[in-house]
Design a protein around this ligand. Structure first.
Ligand code: UDP
Length: 254
């Protein structure tokens, strides 16, 4: 599904928002103030997009998001190689920060779900220090059993959350959002934000701005967690598939 209000560009089967950060902020404002049903926002990077290009079930899962943000240079590069260019990257963590500042000014309660025990609470409290008018609906760590899910939904509803930020990693966060959004009719926005709570809690540092500008955030993260280098091979396959799709003028399988 794709958002009716944000222009989108289809890259290998996924429709990404093609918007400036400022236009995206206006869109979130409209959804938060006037949206009548919960909206799911997913933030695929090249590794996630590569997994989706290889696996129809993962692709369908991502397509259930109403808004997909191109999180990182890899998706932009694939879009260019496929001759369907995107204007700019829209990192999930920055979109999350935009939504938090809107929630502070609109007084909309935010729930933080995910990451290791204690991290979501620290991330939420640090945001509260930065944005004192931000209403905190609550938090829960991301290592819960299926039996705990009903209690988490109950907490979210009772606290009157209007935004739920979900950091369980891919594809758990997208699955959680797709399965649970229908049970949260008062929530306006659910966002899958990967490792954002770890950064906001101060446990992990984002790549320096210069590295981000050069498109090297993936290298920074791989240096801190070498296991991530494994994702490089599927990401290269994804870029090659993008190039082939431009020649064949249709999405191709990896
Ligand atoms: N996580 C979680 N529950 C799980 C597995 C992972 O809450 O069962 C959290 C993990 O602690 C981390 C986040 O999900 O905070 C995923 O971070 P990662 O940097 O791997 O995500 P990415 O940004 O690469 O999608």
């Amino acid at each position: 599904m794709s958002s009716g209000l944000v222009p989108t560009v289809n890259v290998l089967g996924l429709s990404y928002a093609d918007s400036s950060p400022a236009a995206l902020k206006c869109f979130f404002h409209t959804q938060l103030t006037r949206g009548s049903t919960p909206m799911s926002v997913f933030t695929p990077n090249a590794t996630i997009a590569a997994a989706a290009a290889r696996d129809d079930a993962l692709c369908s899962l991502l397509q259930r998001g109403e808004l997909l943000l191109p999180d990182g240079r890899g998706v932009l590069l694939a879009a260019r190689l496929a001759h369907t260019p995107l204007t700019t990257r829209l990192p999930g963590i920055e979109a999350g920060e935009t939504v938090l500042s809107l929630c502070a000014s609109l007084h909309l309660p935010v729930y933080f779900l995910g990451a290791a025990p204690g991290v979501a609470r620290r991330a939420a409290e640090r945001w509260k220090e930065r944005l004192p008018t931000l209403p905190l609906a609550g938090w829960h760590h991301g290592y819960f059993s299926p039996e705990d899910n009903a209690d988490i939904l109950h907490d979210i509803r009772c606290a009157g959350a209007r935004v739920v930020l979900v950091c369980l990693g891919f594809p758990a966060q997208e699955k959680w959002i797709a399965e649970n959004a229908p049970s949260l009719p008062d929530v306006k926005l659910l966002m899958g934000l990967g490792g954002s709570f770890d950064v906001w809690a101060g446990d992990i540092r984002r790549a320096p701005r210069a590295w981000q500008r050069m498109g090297l955030e993936w290298l920074w993260r791989s240096m801190r967690k070498p296991a991530r280098l494994r994702t490089l091979i599927p990401a290269i396959g994804y870029l090659r598939a993008a190039k082939r799709s431009a020649r064949q003028k249709k999405p191709v399988k990896i």
